[in-house]
Design a binder for this molecule. Structure first.
Ligand code: 5GP
Ligand code: MG
Length: 463
């Protein structure tokens, strides 16, 4: 998780970064940071909270440069420590390197040990610091930027979409499997933007040029983007969970509109697991597009059962289980007249821990629903993600140990069905081998200690 953004333009960077990060707020709400190059040094600000809480108007006015990077953080590995807030900054031989990263390395420990063995000290537990250390370690030897990035691509294992600023030079690169999203756009003022999702480009009126390709290095100058394909993998492994839940529905990731995937998944789900009910309702907002598809395909009227309070964050963002449970009630309230004495199909995007579903079902039942048929627009999440999504252990995943029928009984649904894996893949429009399906299958696209890596995706490195 996490959202990243960078801009190099003819206009001031800070307000642009603010809007980019605000559009990416769903990717992380713990902390935010903006670094801007003022021509001689880096102006920095980062802190805990939402983008709107971290940066006031006065704060933004302090930044004077036209090149900058920013980050919104969702803590995965590393934990919630102030020193883990991004961007990271490195100084070497009079040069300044700033780094933001979305993803998760799976060889962080090994790399830390290796560099610590060479006398490097780390100031955080973040894998992003490792990425910057690897890059800086090559640049300090006098290597070209491109060669340093090539070295990093060979060295780093895991998922990483990375944006950096070397002095006033903006560049980015994406892991060879393109696990986490990453795109680039052109602004009306002649500049360029790198960002996690295309919806961020929309937010600043920039045009989506294309996705940064897996294994690609892009260097942004005022007269254009210079690209080098430094690594080529057999096929990519785009994160399926971005399409299921994480990305904004109004984003286009790797050429695929997220809303369409969710709507089609709902249609396929209706074909696979119809229920005879009076209405189809989404669990807002994450189930909305799939519920639209389900209603269309089934011919059952779409009618909202739950209203979401706009002023609460995502329940997952709350760190403890207790707070998460409270979060559901803060967030959703049923429309009594819609659900009373009715049989309802509720559509949500996923079941992870089962907290949301359980709470919502008891809520809707308390408001008088007679039958509640829960339909889930993803297969059961059965395995942890090591590549950037926060469901770390099998114990926490309700579908890991329980069958679908057991989950149905635990959460108290009349019936429960998930879309099939093949149905979801069909909805994505991407070939199965182009996706990382680790959380749904327990089979990962790269080697992770103790887990199954079915097919090692061969990478060919330039030089
Ligand atoms: P559960 O309550 O089963 O643990 O989580 C499922 C609910 O949380 C679904 O409604 C889904 O929209 C949302 N959700 C699923 N995965 C994630 C995640 O990785 N992060 C966040 N913030 N929410 C999630
Ligand atoms: Mg949800």
């Amino acid at each position: 998780m996490c959202g990243i953004a960078g801009t190099s333009d003819t206009i001031l960077a800070a307000p642009v970064l603010y809007h980019l990060l605000h559009a990416l707020q769903h990717r992380g709400q713990e902390s935010a940071g903006i670094f801007v190059w003022d021509g001689t040094s880096v102006q920095k600000q980062k802190g805990y909270g939402l983008v709107s809480e971290v940066f006031s108007d006065a704060d933004l006015k302090r930044f004077t440069g036209t090149v900058g990077i920013g980050h919104v953080r969702y803590p995965t590995t590393g934990g919630s420590k102030p020193e883990n807030i991004q961007p990271f900054h490195f100084l070497f031989r009079g040069h300044s390197l700033s780094v933001v990263h979305n993803g998760n390395l799976v060889n962080t420990e090994a790399l830390r040990d290796e560099y610590a063995g060479h006398g490097v000290t780390f100031s955080s537990t973040s894998d992003t610091e490792v990425i910057g250390t690897v890059l800086a370690g090559e640049l300090v030897k006098g290597k070209s930027l491109e060669d340093a990035v090539l070295f990093a691509l060979q060295k780093l294992s895991g998922s990483y979409s990375v944006i950096c600023m070397l002095d006033g030079q903006l560049f980015g690169f994406r892991d060879p499997l393109g696990i986490k999203p990453f795109c680039m756009g052109k602004t009306k003022t002649g500049g360029y933007i790198l960002a996690s999702e295309s919806a961020a480009l929309d937010a600043v009126g920039a045009e989506l040029l294309r996705d940064v390709r897996p294994g690609e290095f892009v260097l942004v100058g005022t007269d254009g983007i210079v690209s080098s394909q430094l690594v080529k993998a057999e096929s990519p492994a785009h994160c399926i969970f971005e399409y299921i839940y994480f990305a904004r529905p109004d984003s286009i990731l790797d050429g695929v509109p997220v809303y369409d995937v969710r709507r089609k998944t709902g249609e396929i789900l209706a074909r696979e697991s119809f229920a005879d009910a009076e209405m189809v309702s989404p669990v807002p907002d994450s189930g909305t597009a799939s519920a639209v598809g389900f209603a269309k395909q089934s011919g059952i009227p779409f009618r909202e059962a739950l209203i979401k309070n706009r002023y609460t964050g995502r329940t997952f963002i709350l760190p403890s289980q207790e707070k998460r449970e409270l979060g559901v009630r803060m967030k959703l309230n049923p429309i009594r007249s819609h659900v009373r004495n009715r049989s309802v199909i509720l559509v949500d995007d996923s079941i992870v821990r089962g907290t949301t579903a359980k709470r919502i079902l008891s809520l809707v039942r308390d408001f008088g629903a007679e039958e509640i048929h829960l339909r889930i627009a993803s297969p059961p999440v059965i395995a942890p993600c090591y590549l950037g999504t926060d469901f770390p252990t099998r114990e926490e995943l309700i579908s890991s140990a329980k069958t679908v029928d057991e989950v149905r009984d635990t959460i108290g649904a009349s019936t429960l069905a998930h879309v099939s894996l093949s149905g979801l893949v069909e909805a994505s429009g991407l070939p199965k081998e182009y996706l990382c399906l680790g959380c749904l299958t327990g089979v990962y696209p790269l080697e992770i200690a103790g887990e199954i890596c079915e097919k090692k995706k061969m990478c060919v490195y330039r030089r």
